[in-house]
Design a protein. Structure first.
Lengths: 114, 113
């Protein structure tokens, strides 16, 4: 069964450094998402992406964050200058069409900012 | 604004007992409701969803949930718990205006032999 994959599974970085989290969505899906879960807190929506542009973003998704689909398969989340509070599990999800279809989630990347 | 409340951050049941995980939602428009499960070190997997069709929704692994508009609830049940059901369960809401999912805080289910 097709699945969403994410790399790396765990990323450790120093405060102020840039990180890129990578996702490979399911191949025929058109809608892409990033969510995050700070330890002990709820899963929070960050951004949705369709047709090579952001369709919706949350207040969390400030100028330090960006997303890109650099080729036909990858979907990336970049954090330009990481802060301690960016430490979280980041989940990528993809969906064929909106909004009643299922979002399929990847296993997540645990980001630790020191 | 939409929101989801999951009552009980931890639920413990014996194997074979009824599982009941509670979810109440708030939405100004007809909601779409979802239950996801997260096993250790894995991503979120859809258990079931309600998108304005039948109010009783059956999902994978013997789980089901009933949409009750009058109670603004979407509780998840399973008649007989299995050890393999031990996981974290998340209720989520969206609607026709948006496809972003708003999640609850999750309920960790423990199953004892």
């Amino acid at each position: 069964e097709p699945e969403v994959t994410q790399t790396p599974s765990h990323q450790v970085t120093q405060m102020g450094q840039e990180v890129i989290l990578r996702c490979v969505p399911i191949s025929n899906h058109l809608y892409f998402y990033w969510y995050r879960q700070i330890l002990g807190q709820k899963v929070e929506f960050l951004v949705s992406f369709y047709n090579n542009e952001i369709s919706e973003k949350s207040e969390i998704f400030d100028d330090q964050f960006s997303v890109e689909r650099p080729d036909g398969s990858n979907f990336t989340l970049k954090i330009r200058s990481t802060k301690l509070e960016d430490s979280a599990m980041y989940f990528c999800a993809s969906m064929i069409r909106q909004p009643t279809d299922t979002q399929y989630f990847g296993p997540g990347t645990r980001l630790t900012v020191l | 604004a939409q929101s989801v409340t999951q009552l009980g951050s931890h639920v413990s049941v014996s194997e074979g007992a009824l599982v009941l995980l509670r979810c109440n939602y708030s939405s100004s428009v007809p909601p779409y409701l979802f239950w996801y499960v997260q096993y250790p070190n894995q991503g979120l997997q859809l258990l079931l969803k309600y998108t304005s069709a039948a109010t009783l929704v059956k999902g994978i692994n013997g789980f089901e949930a009933e949409f009750k508009k009058s109670e603004t609830s979407f509780h998840l049940t399973k008649p007989s718990a299995h050890m393999s059901d031990a996981a974290e369960y998340f209720c989520a809401v969206s609607d026709y205006n948006t496809d972003k999912l708003i999640f609850g805080t999750g309920t960790r289910l423990q199953v004892f032999p």
